[in-house]
Design a protein. Structure first.
Length: 485
């Protein structure tokens, strides 16, 4: 069965391609590649890997299957005791000095999906060169008829090859060095937290409560089907949080995705604060209140507010293709103040190179507490600054049959308009999909999803009306993309 790695690991439909056999094949390849090339602390002379899992159907059993294969390859496995957020598992890799790790999750994907995220020794996603090695080893093993090694889970546990552990204490100590818990305590915030049935349940609530917040947690029970909702923290998926915020009892609403590496937020006026605005607020806060410096890394689908703020502060800014592994690459090269994607994966200086919805939620609580104003008020104040200006953003997803990304780019470049909605197109960028930038800095981007058969169309402009017009132009262009049968 096909095992195809995307921008953030391997994801597939449960019981179709995502099977125990395929999970074991990936685990065997990881064991071979990581042990051949990595160094790290050893447990009783053995290299170690960390394995975690989210709340999806059978994720805990898939994680045990991974542990059985790794143990059979003479690797010590740190296996999470319970479902845990990806950032906790990623930080545990650094805390344990492990070679890397495997997180069983499909993140924000629909409930029928599951997946594996491969993590490196630095706690972030494995670089694409490593992913390619793993993919190649899978194919070699299949071609040679080599089956994954395997030791029964209970036997591995008895022999000390697998150790169950709690990733929360080490993570808690770490985030306490990055967040001003005292500032949050002084404010006495009431916060609504929507776990979306995902692996962020309990963790963000506990940390906020430790900062003396009054927390109401929504959708925190174990529900592997996510009650039929995609666990992606965007407005259309957050009706329970919206209803709670409408009561007027809360200073802040926070939502994390299926594995809690993404963040979404709402203010007391039930206004959705999207990741673009979150990143802009955090950048301004970290520079102006903490005096932090460093580069800003953003993907092609992310707001130009970051460009304007970075230029104002005199910070380097780099625009990269979509995929958090590109942010990881820059964080391994230089000091990055903030790196993030429009999907809500964000990290900051001093943290591991990993999107972290839990940490970002805590920082938003600090921001509200320290400045004494709601997120919406702070967004409005930011956009009122002449060097920032008003920015509106929207995205539409068009489900489609499979198509060639290369063919899509060729067609869109060949049909590139000179004008879009009355303004000249001054630049066309095709590093990831095709992005048309207009004379005023507003833009339209058309690109395929890296994990689903979906064409994504994004736009940013000074008004909702122009954004909608740009999206409609993008939809028409997308209809010209040749599809395979």
């Amino acid at each position: 069965m096909p095992i195809r790695f995307g921008t953030d690991g391997w994801r597939a439909v449960i019981s179709e391609d995502f099977t125990f056999d395929n999970v074991r094949r990936v685990a065997q390849a990881v064991a071979e590649v990581f042990c051949a090339s990595g160094t790290g602390n050893t447990q009783e002379g053995r290299p170690s890997l960390v394995v975690g899992f989210d709340t999806r159907f059978l994720s805990d059993r898939y994680a045990m299957a991974v542990a059985e294969v790794l143990a059979a390859n003479d690797i010590h496995v740190w296996l999470s005791q319970v479902d845990a957020a990806t950032p906790l598992i990623s930080y545990a890799i650094v805390d344990k000095g492990a070679l890397g790790g495997i997180m069983v999750t499909a993140s924000h994907n629909p409930p029928r999906y599951n997946g594996l995220k491969l993590k490196a020794a630095y706690g972030g996603g494995a670089l694409q060169a490593v992913i390619r090695q793993v993919a190649g080893r899978i194919q070699d093993n299949l071609a040679q008829g080599r089956e994954p090694r395997r030791i029964p889970y209970e036997q591995a546990l008895d022999q000390g090859l697998v150790t169950r552990f709690d990733p929360f204490p080490a993570y808690r100590r770490h985030v306490q060095t990055l967040v001003d818990f005292e500032a949050i305590r002084r404010a006495g915030l009431a916060v609504a937290v929507d776990a979306m049935y995902g692996a962020g349940r309990v963790y963000l609530r506990r940390l906020l409560e430790e900062a003396d917040c009054r927390v109401t947690e929504l959708r925190a029970e174990l529900n592997p089907g996510f009650n039929g909702v995609h666990p992606e923290p965007i407005r259309r998926n957050l009706h329970p949080l919206s209803a709670e915020m409408n009561t007027g009892r809360y200073a802040l609403g926070l939502a994390t995705d299926g594995d809690a590496d993404r963040i979404g937020a709402m203010d007391p006026g039930n206004r959705f604060i999207d990741p673009h605005q979150i990143m802009a607020l955090l950048l301004a806060y970290l520079v102006e209140e903490r005096g932090w410096r460093g580069s800003v890394i953003k993907t092609v689908s992310t707001t130009r507010m970051l460009d304007r703020l970075a230029h104002h502060y005199g910070l380097p800014i780099r625009e990269i293709p979509v995929g958090f592994h590109h942010i990881v690459e820059w964080m391994l090269q230089e000091e990055v103040l903030l790196g993030g994607e429009e999907s809500g994966g964000i990290t900051i200086r001093g943290h591991i190179p990993e999107g972290d919805g839990i940490l970002m939620g805590l920082l938003l609580a600090e921001l509200v507490a320290a400045r004494g104003r709601s997120l919406g008020e702070q967004v409005d104040g930011l956009m009122a600054r002449p060097y920032v200006g008003r920015h509106c953003y929207a995205r539409v997803d068009r489900h489609t049959r499979p198509f060639s990304k290369e063919a899509m780019v060729q067609v869109l470049l060949a049909q590139a308009p000179d004008y879009l909605e009355g303004l000249p197109v001054t630049r066309v960028d095709h590093r990831d999909g095709v992005k048309f930038i207009r004379g005023d800095g507003s833009w339209l981007l058309i690109r395929p999803s890296g994990t689903e058969p979906v064409l994504r169309i994004y736009a940013e402009a000074p008004s909702p009306e122009v954004v909608e017009a740009l999206l409609q132009a993008g939809i028409q262009m997308g209809e010209q993309v040749p599809q395979t049968a």
